[in-house]
Design a protein around this ligand. Structure first.
Ligand code: ARG
Length: 459
């Protein structure tokens, strides 16, 4: 028991399985850098209030640097009793600079404010990285949207052909979602960037450490104003996993569309070999596994969020060991999200668009709304024109014709206000170009959209 950091009051040994069950080092060692940085700044704070001498501070910082190199070069030797990254680093520091000095670094600190600090630093840095990846992905979407603005395709509701749109419009629909994800990410980073350090185990610091000084030196923009909150707040973990969940929700819908578009029946797009796999049995198969994994992994991310909310909901204030369960789901979410952004970016930048197939899939009945609009322009109320256009569709169906091949007599037979120029309605390009209002399918409206998205990326 004396091998343990907290072993003083214990006489009995821990059950070996309990040691394993209790240990978080296997997964929290990822945070070694944040942990060492936290200690580096914390000891500066102790030095500032006279609890550590200048000489001691230099030795401590050299020791921390050495430990960092060991972790980075994979030569850190883990030992029995290294319960988590905090105890492992402190144990090693003692071996390097002697316990006489290393024994002072934890003065007034608890692993409770320590772990909360480490987590916030770690998540902040990770999210800043994701932000860059996400920006790159959005830029890929915008570029593709600009390059292929002339490609038309069917737009769907209920997965039924609805109205013609531009392929670019489909792309920038998702770019719009992802820009919102980016903004949301920026807000989350801002909110989590508040410092718990110096809160102690729960009740605050007994030696008057300067928490603002600690916060500033760790790159935090504020100090958490209540020591109980400082050690117990895992809202940033929940928010991060919610962010991942919502992002993966968007990615999953994006993937679902592309999976459908890549089927033989649609044949709108062709995935690059780099993001497809074959079948071990059927030689002809090329499967969109990348997209299916993007869709499938979203479920895992939602599960992590739901699971951790359950973990937290009944924990009495303040720190409880339950909270150690924040790490595995969070790290899994972060890694899954990171890979998903990169894979989605790879898929969309390499797939080929089958422009002809998309165009062929447009059917004249998709212009039935435009036919109604034609009469609206002649002064007929829309509710009435909707009905008249519907009759035209029925007539075409009955006579097994395409809507645009009804004769002018047939149109006039349905409504006398149809004139010779009605046939001009049946032009897909013209239909998308009519929608010039903000957010519409006209080229000018899409270019405006893309410009606006790019502007928001600069934030
Ligand atoms: N490994 C622990 C965690 O991740 C560190 C905090 C431990 N604190 C405690 N009072 N046992 O939550």
């Amino acid at each position: 028991a004396e091998l343990k950091l907290w072993g003083g009051r214990f006489t009995g040994a821990t059950d070996p399985l309990m040691d394993l069950y209790n240990a978080s080092l296997p997964y929290d060692k990822k945070m070694y850098d944040a942990d060492l940085e936290g200690t580096r700044v914390y000891t500066m704070g102790l030095n500032k209030i006279g609890l550590i001498t200048d000489d001691e501070l230099v030795k401590i910082h050299e020791g921390l640097e050495k430990i960092k190199n060991e972790w980075a070069s994979n030569t850190f030797v883990e030992k029995f009793g290294d319960e988590d990254i905090h105890t492992a680093n402190e144990r090693r520091l003692g071996e390097i600079i002697g316990k006489e000095i290393s024994g002072k670094v934890h003065t007034g600190r608890s692993r409770n404010d320590q772990v909360a600090t480490d987590m916030r630093i770690y998540v902040r840095e990770y999210l800043l990285k994701l932000k860059e990846y996400l920006k790159t992905f959005i830029l890929t979407l915008i570029k593709r949207s600009e390059n292929e603005i002339d490609v038309l395709m069917p737009g769907y509701t209920h997965l039924q052909k609805a109205q013609p749109i531009r392929w670019s419009h489909w792309i920038s629909n998702y770019a719009t979602y992802f820009v919102e994800d980016l903004k949301r990410l920026t807000q989350i980073i801002e909110r989590l960037n508040s410092s718990p350090l110096g809160a102690g185990a729960l009740a605050g610091h007994p030696y008057g450490i300067d928490r603002e000084f600690l916060a500033e030196n760790l790159g935090f923009n504020s100090v958490i104003g209540n020591s109980l909150t400082a050690v117990s707040d895992r809202d940033f973990v929940v928010e991060t996993m919610f962010w991942s969940s919502l992002f993966m929700n968007h990615i999953s819908r994006f993937s679902e569309d592309l999976i459908i578009y890549s089927t033989g029946e649609f044949n709108f797009i062709k995935l690059s070999d780099a993001y497809s796999t074959g079948s071990s049995l059927m030689p002809q198969k090329k499967n969109p596994d990348s997209l299916e994994l993007l869709r499938g992994k979203s479920g895992r991310v939602f599960g992590s969020l739901a699971g951790f909310l359950m973990t937290m909901k009944s924990t009495p204030s303040t720190y409880d060991k339950d909270m150690q369960e924040d790490k595995e789901p969070l790290f899994d979410c972060l890694l899954t999200t990171e890979h998903s952004i990169l894979i989605a970016n790879g898929v969309i930048s390499t797939l080929k668009v089958n422009e002809e197939k998309m165009f062929e899939a447009l059917t004249m009945d998709m212009l039935a709304t435009d036919l109604a609009d034609y009469l609206v322009r002649k002064g007929v109320p829309f509710r009435e024109t909707h009905h008249i256009s519907g009759e035209c569709v029925r007539k075409a169906e009955e006579t097994k014709k395409e809507l645009n091949t009804l004769t002018i007599e047939e149109f006039k037979g349905i409504d006398g206000r149809f004139e010779e120029d009605v046939l001009q309605v049946f032009n897909f390009e013209q239909s998308v170009e009519k929608r010039v209002s903000t957010g519409g399918t006209a080229k000018s409206a899409i270019l405006k959209q893309l410009k606006n998205l790019k502007k928001q990326l600069e934030l």
